[in-house]
Design a binder for this molecule. Structure first.
Ligand SMILES: Nc1nc2c(c(=O)[nH]1)N[C@H]1C(S)=C(S)[C@@H](COP(=O)(O)O)O[C@H]1N2
Ligand SMILES: [Mo]
Length: 215
């Protein structure tokens, strides 16, 4: 691990949730409009996290899944890389109002992971748990889509530590805080419960097209 929890940033983001920063009161259509309401496009790739950036070698890294599933599973690096590898291209929309277009990733489709763990009929939601202690929640229906994946390569290079390497989840249709960096564990739950930002004024779902910033 390195870094310290950015208390000031966390207070500022809680304040944004209280004051509704960035809200335009409009919505957009993901089919016809590329840019969600209130977003501006940047060519940089800003780094945003709680301040603790785990320094994980692929040797010590592992990913696991448990909870409301038929098969509790754990992958080490070699096992994870032996899963089918695919390429994904998407736009990123961060709740702090930047968007970044045309990111090219390589990784494992979440549906290939779900086919192995087999969520039970009782599974409604998933809590993502990361190596820095961060959590974020998703409905199973928001995870179980063919554009959602666990990525290890971004624009042709191994995903850097600051952007969540060795692997992060990527959920392109929701604000980027749902895309957990340094992903460690998927916990399948029988009901949706708030993760780190969701417990601090951010929306349970986070659809950028509907401007679900806060909730
Ligand atoms: N593990 C972890 N994942 C995280 C975060 C974090 O603090 N820890 N921050 C989230 C937030 S608020 C955003 S906007 C994106 C930022 O990803 P980036 O640093 O690659 O731009 O990561 C999300 N995933
Ligand atoms: Mo964020």
């Amino acid at each position: 691990m390195s870094g310290e929890i950015k208390e000031k940033l966390i207070r500022t983001k809680e304040e944004w949730a209280r004051t509704g920063r960035g809200l335009t009161g409009t919505s957009a259509d993901p089919i016809t409009d590329r840019r969600p309401p209130g977003q501006r496009v940047t060519e940089d790739f800003p780094v945003l996290d709680l301040g603790i950036q785990p320094n994980l070698s692929t040797k010590e890294w592992a990913l696991s899944a448990a909870g409301q599933v038929e098969h509790v599973l754990k992958w080490d690096w070699a096992q994870f890389m032996a899963l089918p590898q695919k390429t994904f291209t998407n736009d990123i929309h961060c709740v702090t109002t930047w968007s970044r277009y045309d990111n090219v990733w390589e990784g494992v489709a979440i549906r290939d992971v779900l086919a192995l763990v087999k969520p039970k009929g009782t599974a409604q939601a998933v809590m993502l748990k990361s190596y820095d202690g961060y959590t974020t929640n998703l409905l199973l229906s928001d995870l179980d889509r063919d554009d959602v994946f666990i990525g290890h390569t971004w624009n042709g290079k191994p995903l850097s530590r600051e952007h969540g390497g060795p692997v992060r989840l990527v959920v392109p249709h929701l604000y980027f805080w749902k895309s957990a960096k340094w992903l460690r564990h998927l916990s399948f739950l029988d009901r949706d419960t708030p993760g780190y930002w969701e417990a601090r004024g951010y929306h349970m779902r986070g659809d950028p097209w509907a401007e679900e910033r806060y909730g």
